[in-house]
Design a protein around this ligand. Structure first.
Ligand code: SF4
Ligand code: SF4
Length: 88
């Protein structure tokens, strides 16, 4: 089961003008939301974002903002176990 938000409901905002291509967002994202496209990051699957905040926290160039909190990481972690039941 692949849980995902509607793309338009995700608070993630990426500004490619500020991206230096350091690749950190690609490395830290647990959902493969970012990919590299040449020398810049690009959104590969915005709807897969769980709003954990790791990308924004690790982008030293302020190219990413995201409102953390509403993402349900527990649901992701428990998917496939307990019939996908979630404690949150
Ligand atoms: S972490 Fe920031 S600067 Fe680095 S590739 Fe991602 S968006 Fe670009
Ligand atoms: S907030 Fe988390 S899941 Fe969403 S793009 Fe950033 S690192 Fe990936």
């Amino acid at each position: 089961m692949k849980l995902r938000y509607l793309d338009e409901a995700v608070s993630l905002v990426y500004n490619p003008d500020k991206c230096t291509g350091c690749t950190m967002c690609v490395k830290v994202c647990p959902r493969a939301v970012f990919k590299m496209d040449g020398n810049k990051a690009a959104l590969a699957d915005k709807g897969a974002c769980i709003e954990c905040g790791a990308c924004a926290l690790n982008c030293r160039f302020n190219a990413i903002t995201v409102e953390t909190g509403p993402g349900c990481a527990a649901a992701i972690l428990s998917s496939g176990k307990n019939n996908g039941a979630c404690c949150c």
